[in-house]
Design a protein around this ligand. Structure first.
Ligand SMILES: [Zn+2]
Length: 395
């Protein structure tokens, strides 16, 4: 039995410490040292050390002096909670998730790559990922398909989608419906009704992909419930979030007030242009979350590259850094219960950390229409820690 007096004297005695395995002897497994820690979950923006032990955040303080098995030198860098990207296609190949982790992404959601017919493979990728990988099941049984998976409404099979959720309750966190005219034609509203029907018994959110829809935005938003997500929020007309005069539809702000979430959803084609971002943000309509619509090929797509590049686009539009980090961390963590306890560097939380570098200079950013804008700063991924373990660095 160890009394308190015994414990204190043992901790002070080097002879006894020497018998404790080395990594645990000093208390810390890893210290991320000297970075500017930006953790919007606790309104922190200050130079701090982040000490990690047993996979969890052990301390966030200036100048932590305890011994540690490993150190990441973050001086001159930004240290944030691990990034959470809620709209990706990371589950399409097992090569995707490790690449995303190198970019600081410690949690991702694959948004509807797969439907009931092909979700088993992607569920396996999610389970084998080095970070937290989750899936939205596409309401179309085929998943994303050339020619538009919802052109034939018989593919939106509620029973099959429910079966897919039931088979993979550990990794499926919602239902996805892509509602653009080139995906769903005139079937957008009925497809969305079916997505809600599939999600209802499991009380799961639905994420909709909007942009150039057949139906007006107000008719689509009317079918959403609290906690549902609109991705590609700045998709240009027809039937965008803005009216013909460029003003936000009142139904859009009303949807936000009743708990509908709006996600940026960078993507590659047709999902946003600078004009839409400018008009909407000038009316105060900013994203709740960012997301990349990333896949394993995105690094060579200059319009996407990586999550920190997408985040940097909003620095260019004047969003404060703490808010930019919030959209990629704590806000995203609150969308899905799978990320409870993540998106924060609070002491006791699992130690998921991103180290980013903010470089000053002239950087060109792309929208989905080859529109170019220049910004004077850009975030670059430097290092990631997942569950207390340093991830392999990007080369
Ligand atoms: Zn997508």
């Amino acid at each position: 039995m160890i009394t308190r007096r015994h414990f204190v004297s043992a901790a002070a005695g080097a002879a006894i410490c020497a018998r404790i395995p080395k990594a645990r002897a000093a208390g810390y497994d890893l210290i991320v040292k000297g970075g500017r820690v930006i953790d919007p979950s606790v309104a922190l923006d200050a130079v701090r050390d982040v000490a990690i032990a047993a996979g969890r955040i052990a301390a966030v303080e200036p100048n932590i002096t305890g011994e540690t098995a490993a150190t990441i030198d973050a001086r001159g860098k930004i240290v944030t909670p691990g990034l959470i990207d809620i709209h990706t296609h990371a589950a399409r190949s097992k090569e995707g998730p490790p690449l995303a982790l190198q970019d600081g992404v410690t949690g991702w959601v694959d948004a509807g790559s797969a439907g009931a017919d092909n979700i088993d493979e992607m569920a396996a990728v999610a389970r084998g990922a080095p970070q937290i990988g989750r899936l939205l099941v596409n309401i179309a049984r085929t998943g994303v398909a050339p020619g538009g998976e919802l052109m034939d409404l018989t593919r939106a099979d509620v029973g099959l989608a429910r079966g897919a959720v039931a088979r993979h309750r550990d990794v499926v966190v919602g239902v996805k419906a892509r509602l653009s005219a080139n995906v769903a034609g005139a079937n957008d509203l009925e497809a969305l009704r079916r997505a809600q029907e599939a999600a209802a018994p499991f009380k799961l959110p639905v994420m909709i992909h909007v942009g150039q829809n057949y139906s007006p935005m107000r008719a689509i938003l009317a079918l959403l419930k609290r906690g549902d997500i609109v991705t590609h929020m700045y998709a240009p007309p027809p039937n965008s979030i803005l009216d013909d005069q460029g003003r936000l539809f009142p139904e859009v702000t009303a949807a936000r007030r009743r708990g509908i979430l709006f996600d940026f959803g960078n993507g590659g084609g047709g999902h946003f242009n600078w004009d839409m971002v400018e008009r909407a943000t000038s009316q105060g309509f900013w994203p709740d979350t960012f997301s990349t619509d990333w896949n394993a090929m995105s690094r060579s797509n200059p319009g996407v590259v990586d999550f920190p590049n997408v985040m940097s686009k909003f620095l260019m539009f004047g969003m404060p850094m703490s808010q930019v980090i919030a959209c990629a961390t704590v806000n995203a963590a609150r969308v899905f219960p799978a990320f409870d306890d993540r998106g924060t560097l609070n002491v006791g939380a699992p130690a998921d950390v991103a180290v980013l570098e903010l470089r000053q200079g002239m950087f060109e950013f792309l929208d989905n229409y080859n529109g170019k804008r220049n910004g004077n700063q850009r975030l670059f991924p430097v290092a990631a820690v997942m569950g207390g373990k340093a991830a392999p660095q990007r080369t």
